[in-house]
Write a protein that binds this ligand. Structure first.
Ligand code: ATP
Length: 316
């Protein structure tokens, strides 16, 4: 396998919470607590897990929008955070984000053309007619028409707006797209169109995706690899086929065991546990039955291999 495009190494993001009383103990929420992930060129890595498990915080750290407490994110082997890291502008050409609700992230008073042009201008990539041509070509690439550039966000349907969100993310020619619930706000009939567009773009532009999704059928459709997060930890990760057909961690089994159940857990409909209330060193479930080889790390949080590209956490 080639060297990873992106590596997340022992990433921790802890938030200090206000004390509950003047003399009460200091409270820290370990939103992300020692996450290791890799993304290879051209692949889609999906992060799944219930609401509040740390998916978005992990994604925001990759985007440079959240400072890590410790750990690092490496792009082609070089740190994206800390001294000597790329500037915000340089970083914008490495990874871009596509949001769940494109309308909220589009300026309602700006035409789509000027939204897309402003990306090129800000980064000095093109101007004048060349910039206009690039905008027209991008609109066509995402399934819209060049004359849509003159319209405002409210003149588009939800699916068209997500196409615009994707176009905006691609204007700087990034290698990585972080897709945060890219289709969950759309009608089911439109979801498939956007998923197909994303898969088509991934292939033609050799893009790499990190996708956060509540929808396991979307994840199954799009992903090459899957990471299952629970309370700030990755509890299982690997090749999607292996994880989906042989889920090993009890939490993954619960997610994948039955789709309606999985949907309920992922959307938080079964009750979202309060991360603060869980003490460190907690154990997820008494029914973890994975055996540890004597030579393997005694660190309870270590991921152990259960297949050629499939690892599982012994306990959290
Ligand atoms: N800036 C912050 N300050 C304090 N707590 C935060 C902050 N950002 C996130 N959190 C908390 O960190 C935990 C992880 O949040 P995160 O948004 O990463 O979860 P998520 O898995 O993406 O959930 P969802 O699917 O609901 O978006 C949550 O308990 C959240 O309330």
């Amino acid at each position: 396998m080639t060297a990873p495009l992106l590596e997340i190494r022992d990433l921790k993001v802890h938030f200090n919470l206000p004390r509950q009383s003047l003399l009460g103990p200091r409270r820290v929420l370990r939103a992300v607590d020692g996450v290791n992930l890799t993304l290879h060129e051209g692949e889609c890595l999906s992060i799944v897990g219930e609401s509040g498990c740390g998916k978005s915080t992990t994604a925001l750290t990759v985007m440079g929008l959240q400072e890590p407490t410790s750990g690092e994110v490496l792009y082609k082997g070089k740190p994206l955070n800390g001294p000597g890291a790329p500037s915000r502008k340089q970083r914008a050409r490495i990874a871009q984000m596509v949001f769940q609700d494109p309308y909220a992230s589009l300026n309602p008073r700006q035409t789509i053309g000027s939204t897309l042009l402003s990306q090129l201008k800000l980064h000095g990539l093109a101007s004048g007619s060349e910039a206009q041509d690039r905008v027209a070509a991008m609109l066509k690439r995402v399934g819209l028409q060049p004359d849509h550039a003159r319209r405002f966000p409210h003149e588009f349907s939800g699916g068209q707006r997500q196409r615009i969100g994707i176009a905006r993310a691609l204007m700087l020619d990034p290698q990585i797209l972080v897709l945060d619930e890219p289709v969950s706000a759309l009608d089911v009939s439109i979801q498939a169109q956007i998923i197909n567009l994303l898969m088509d773009l991934q292939e033609t532009l050799r893009l790499s995706y990190i996708m956060i999704s509540h929808d396991l059928s979307v994840v199954e459709h799009v992903s090459d690899r899957v990471a299952v997060m629970y309370f700030g930890h990755v509890v299982e990760e690997g090749d999607w086929h292996s994880v989906f057909t042989r889920p090993t961690h009890p939490y993954t089994r619960r997610l994948i065991g039955s789709v309606p159940d999985a949907e309920a857990i992922l959307t938080g409909a079964r009750g979202v546990p309060d991360g603060v209330a869980i003490p460190s060193g907690r154990s997820f479930s008494p029914d973890i039955s994975i055996r540890r080889d004597p030579g393997q790390s005694s660190e309870p949080s270590a991921l152990v291999p259960v297949g050629s590209d499939h690892r599982v956490r012994l306990a959290i």
